[in-house]
Design a protein around this ligand. Structure first.
Ligand SMILES: [Zn+2]
Ligand SMILES: [Zn+2]
Length: 364
């Protein structure tokens, strides 16, 4: 089969839109016709070479589509099913999986090789291998994914909106509901209100958190945060951020979420904590970001730091639940989406690098 796709051919270069060959699904795999794919910061990190991969590859790891065909042994989906793709095909057998924590699966690193589980690729061009990205490769009309990555969802919701559920939404909302397990008494700050941060804001609203302070340097992002549930906005370019947040929250927050992945914003988020508070690290950092820990302050004030990977989510449980939230109106997705064709993919990435708020969704 032929499929139009956006390929990462070289680092720090525009993606190339080209036709690739796609093989049918093998055992345990699913062929999906992608209808919509979100443009995420992790794709940008791949383009920048921050994390290296086998090239060329079909980029994109956030998407939704319709099952076209299934390989031998696939029982969770059938042709015609609407699916949201997960970039973390957990094994279901290791200790974390068996304890209901598939985001911590011990056998989930194989997609980083750019292949499917058997070590081969279903993409090619002129007889040469084209690699997968995150076991999803959503910037392609057709893609082949492991069955664990194809999560069936309700058919009566638009796939354009649902495409975000596979990464930014499950990460952000999951950080609030699963990692932090926020309750209505909690005072919350979200540092960095891009695609993930905005979804942390809505997760905090869904949890009923009484005070939700959005911190960002872009007034556009902050306005979007207000529409998604932030009760207070703090522009980090104006005045003393720590003093402003302390004034709003009467001494600090119970949970500070960091969604940028940089030392300076992590230190800021840490400084916003009240006694007994928790810092939740959600932003993807480069390997160079190493932080010192003020041990005495940590002990005396009983503050804690916890990482959050994929919103501590269980895709099979959480994706359908997030679709329900969307259908009931509590999860707002259309508000943050700008739809563009695949041809605009490089423009979408330059907008993302400028952090102009919201999310571009590529519609096929
Ligand atoms: Zn992502
Ligand atoms: Zn596992």
């Amino acid at each position: 089969m032929k499929s139009k796709a956006a390929l990462l051919v070289d680092y720090n270069a525009p993606l190339v839109i080209d036709e690739v060959d796609v093989q049918g699904p093998k055992e345990g795999e699913v062929l999906v016709r992608i209808k919509a794919a979100g443009v995420c910061h992790s794709d940008l990190h791949a383009i920048n070479g921050q994390y290296t991969h086998n090239l060329p590859l079909v980029l994109g790891h956030e998407g939704a589509g319709i099952v076209e065909d299934v390989g031998q042994g696939v029982t969770n989906v059938r042709p015609g099913d609407h699916v949201v793709l997960s970039w973390l095909p957990s094994c279901g057998k290791c200790r974390p999986c068996l304890r209901g924590r598939p985001a911590n699966c011990e056998d989930a690193s194989w997609p980083s090789a750019g292949t499917l589980r058997d070590g081969t690729s279903r993409f090619g061009k002129n007889g040469k291998t084209v690699f997968h990205y995150g076991a999803t490769s959503t910037f392609s009309e057709l893609t082949v994914v492991p069955s664990q990555s194809a999560v069936p969802v309700a058919r009566d919701a638009p796939l354009t909106a649902l495409s975000l559920i596979g990464c930014a939404v499950s990460t952000g909302v999951g950080a609030a509901l699963n990692t932090a397990k926020l309750s209505p008494q909690d005072r919350v700050a979200v540092v960095g209100c891009g695609g993930v941060g905005l979804n942390i804001v809505q997760g905090a609203r869904i949890a009923g958190a009484q005070t939700i302070v959005a911190v960002d340097r872009s007034s556009e992002n902050l306005e979007l945060a207000r529409r998604l549930g932030a009760t207070h906005l703090v522009n980090s370019e104006e005045g003393d951020v720590i003093a402003n947040v302390q004034a709003i929250t009467d001494g600090g927050v119970d949970f500070a979420f960091e969604a940028v992945g940089r030392r300076v914003t992590i230190a800021l988020a840490m400084a916003l904590l009240a006694r007994g508070g928790r810092l939740v690290l959600v932003g993807m950092a480069s390997r160079e970001e190493v932080l010192g820990l003020d041990v005495l302050d940590t002990v005396v004030r009983e503050v804690g730091v916890v990482g959050c990977w994929y919103g501590s989510c269980d895709p099979q449980r959480d994706f359908p639940r997030l679709v329900d939230f969307y259908k009931s109106g509590s999860l707002k997705l259309d508000e943050m989406i700008e739809v563009r064709p695949l041809e605009d993919i490089n423009l979408a990435f330059s907008n993302l690098a400028k952090s102009t708020g919201g999310r571009t969704v590529i519609a096929f």
